[in-house]
Write a protein that binds this ligand. Sequence first.
Ligand code: HEC
Ligand code: HEC
Ligand code: HEC
Length: 423
Amino acid sequence: MKKIALLLAALAVIAVAIAWPREEFIASTSPAAWAPTPANIARGAYLARAGDCVACHTARGGAEYAGGRALDTPFGRLYGPNLTPDRDTGIGLWSADDFWNALHNGKSRDGRLLYPAFPYTNYTRVSRTDSDALYAYFRSLAPQRRPNQPHELDFPYNQQALLAGWRLLYFKPAVFTPQPARDLAWNRGAYLVEGLGHCSACHSTRNRLGATGESLSGGLIPTIGWYAPSLTASGEAGMKDWDKEHIVALLGTGISPRGSATGPMAEVVARSLQHLTANDLGAMATYLKSLPSTGAPVQDSGERAGEPLLAEGRRLYGSYCVDCHGADGQGKGNGKGAAYPPLAGNRAVTMTPAVNAIRLVLNGGFPPGTAGNPRPYGMPPYSHELNDAQVAAVLTYVRASWGNAAPPVAAQDVNRYRSVPLD
Ligand code: HEC
Ligand code: HEC
Ligand code: HEC
């Protein structure tokens, strides 16, 4: 009986979802907004960088924006479609309204509901004027003939009815409404972070149906196993006590005296953020610094390592890490003070879960190469030199020294991330 009731309830939700299209229409100010003028095209190119469209719409080694990039999700694999103006395989027949409808309402030209792996839950806040400039830019690209690859989603996630239900629960078209009590920079920062920057696509927890929170309070990125830390004041990281100029440095160059960008964040910096103007980066930093606490702070388990384990960690640190990160975990400068990041006071090191630090020690890593830091110094991999217990010991020591006070890392956790594929 209970099962039937549940089934009926689910069918009712789906019926309502289909009957209640979540969409709205905002007209273009004038056709001049999407005319192929050099000014519109240049603005659209800049906005495409800010939105990191290239990340998902370009296959490795493929033509820019011609699609084919595979995106793994817990529900199956999706492929970014072709955004070049080819008439048969790209957006050659799309109008500026069609394009805006995709960004704002998450609908394709033929009315098909789009999967939220395309972060339109963020892009819905992109203004009509900016959408028009993006359209002008994509229309200006050389058409690439490349048919879209069908998605490979597991049943029932490949059902449009289910997606309609999902949208009913988790998606509402929105416009960005400036807050009059805040200044221009804050509002610009909010627009970029919440909208085109789609930072919450990684920096918030996803629920079991893949919906992100709005709060930027941190989350594990499913399938690739990196932790995108909280950017709010309450989390284990957070930007509130960072100097604004250090946030700008991290976003714009990939390195800063507080820590460096690595893994998926290094890619975001390389492809997107380093191309933003100093004004826009400053605006984002202003907004990030203002983010309020959301929810309870992360609980410290209170667990601490005993002296024998710390002594083993100290010994390993002295043999393998001290040359770059310094006897007091202070890091080592390149004149700008950020070539080898400090480990003391670095919350990328002390946060729980410790997965990012574990992965760096196992696999090594590089901050992105950027105009501001063209030849980044790298961290060597230690997976072949150190066993699970040793990696755990050295990280336990680092997390408990020089003012750091975080719980130990367990050898099982290290072992778990040995087998996660690199991406
Ligand atoms: C995180 C990955 C990701 C990013 C970033 C991204 N997209 Fe997409 N996009 C997708 C995926 C996946 C689809 C296909 C969704 C589907 O078919 O249901 C898609 C679909 C689209 C579509 C619909 C195309 C069609 O044929 O129906 C448009 C238009 C689009 N994206 C534009 C953009 C623009 C503009 C940007 C940058 C502002 C962008 N995308 C950034 C993943 C992404
Ligand atoms: C050859 C120099 C070098 C050595 C040796 C080295 N590191 Fe690193 N380490 C780096 C660099 C460079 C980065 C920044 C990497 C990045 O951003 O991807 C880094 C980053 C880190 C981070 C992350 C900090 C952040 O801000 O993201 C941790 C944790 C870390 N190292 C720990 C260690 C430990 C533990 C050892 C010894 C087992 C070690 N490192 C040995 C150069 C080194
Ligand atoms: C594709 C996933 C992804 C996206 C999108 C993304 N980030 Fe990140 N971010 C990460 C991961 C993973 C880390 C942790 C690794 C590191 O420290 O670099 C991180 C780290 C950071 C850090 C360093 C935090 C600290 O305490 O050390 C900042 C700041 C940051 N991101 C800001 C942003 C902003 C702003 C945006 C949107 C413009 C954004 N990120 C978009 C994945 C992402």
